[in-house]
Design a binder for this molecule. Structure first.
Ligand code: F6P
Length: 375
């Protein structure tokens, strides 16, 4: 369209996920083939504030398709609330100045839910932005998929497979904690694929007695081991009620004092929740008289080489982003839609977390094969 050589910036923000480098390569290689220039900014939005760059050309883009993490580095820094010299500041104006200084036509931001919101803020500040949806949690709204999820699903499934043989040998319950604070996609998917006996996700608060009964039933029928796949954010019905009440309080708080109180209450509940998986394992041991152990999968789920499906998705979304830049179609997230892609305005995406609907086909499938979901 325009005659000037386009110059695009690219950054990766939020928690890393497999496929980020594949996406950087997808954007970069297709940009170069359009004759565009591309500059990488390091460590998320902070790199754009501090002018820390990585020149992206054919040689820097070579060999990164299979590499985990992100060659650009990442951070959870927000443009409008960034800690600079120990003080929290709004750095939006600095980002605008630097955008101008580097002669950028667009910034491509690779990230999850938080990044969609931050990118929208930059759009509202007058910058051209395009985002790609990445996260192992698969919880970005209005896209069929996010890259990183398929790889993490393989890793978590493989772990459940391995836990089976040791749980079986020792006649134990093994409680495997899988990532996902607000969305249970990863736990549900891995639980189904890895044949977990119990799957607990944030969307379905559990009753520990029901879980214990499912495990005791297995014992009565001669199977004296069980695998419990539990999402980080899964919680008992009582805890879910307490969280909901505190969130409601925060929502309704009108004065600063009330807001502070409600925030303290939520933070206290958060801290208490951190030991939830250990507590659950202990409760199950007491209720079933089976020895129980905990395995926290942790960052293993985010590390290492992306699987083929994530490489394809990331490359597809990355090259589609460059097509949109060529058409000067900005202010959108490149969503995966079937075999194709679709630009979705950031206003529609920001703040839309995609959680597991309780009547989702995966939930029904798990129930149909006799998996206990804790309810
Ligand atoms: O990337 C998303 C996510 O993996 C969540 O599932 C997890 O709770 C969180 O990030 C942990 O991220 P960090 O400790 O890097 O902030």
């Amino acid at each position: 369209m325009g005659n000037k050589i386009k110059r695009i910036g690219i950054l990766t923000a939020g928690g890393d996920s497999p496929g980020l480098n594949a996406a950087i390569r997808g954007v970069g290689k297709s940009a170069i083939s359009y004759g565009m220039e591309i500059i990488g900014f390091r460590d998320g939005f902070r790199g754009l504030v501090e002018n820390r760059r990585l020149k992206l050309d054919k040689s820097t883009l070579a060999g990164i398709l299979t590499v985990g993490g992100t060659i650009l580095g990442t951070s959870r820094d927000k443009p409008h609330r960034m800690v600079i010299d120990g003080r929290t500041k709004d750095m939006t104006e600095v980002i605008k100045e630097n955008y101008k200084k580097w002669g950028l036509d667009c910034v491509v931001c690779l990230g999850g839910g938080g990044t969609q919101k931050n990118a929208l803020r930059l759009k509202q500040a007058g910058l051209n932005v395009i985002t790609l949806p990445k996260t192992i949690d698969n919880d970005v709204g209005l896209t069929d998929a996010t890259f990183g999820f398929a790889t993490a699903l393989d890793i978590a499934t493989d772990t459940l497979d391995r836990l089976h043989s040791t749980a079986h040998s020792h006649h134990r319950i093994i409680v495997a904690e899988i990532m996902g604070h607000r969305a249970g996609w990863l736990t549900l998917g891995a639980g189904i694929a890895g044949g977990a006996d119990v799957i607990l996700i944030p969307e379905i608060p559990y009753n520990v007695e029901k879980i214990a009964e499912a495990i005791r039933r297995r014992s009565r029928s001669g199977t004296n081991f069980s695998i419990v796949a539990v999402a980080e954010g899964a919680m008992s019905r009582d805890d879910a009620r307490a969280f909901a009440a505190a969130e409601k309080k925060l929502d309704r708080a009108r004065t600063l004092h009330d807001k502070k109180e409600a925030k303290i209450e939520l933070a206290t509940l958060d801290v208490r929740h951190q030991g939830n998986t250990m507590r659950l394992a202990k409760q199950l041991e007491e209720l079933t008289h089976l020895e129980s152990r905990v395995t926290i999968l942790g960052y293993v789920q985010r590390g290492g080489t992306p699987c083929a499906a994530d490489r394809i998705l990331a490359t597809r979304l990355g090259s589609a982003a460059t097509d949109l830049i060529e058409e000067e179609h900005y202010g959108v997230m490149v969503a995966a839609r079937g075999d194709g892609t679709e630009p979705v305005p950031l206003e529609k995406v920001a703040g839309k977390r995609k959680v597991v609907p309780v009547d989702h086909s995966w939930v029904k499938t798990a129930r149909r094969v006799g998996t206990c979901l804790g309810d």
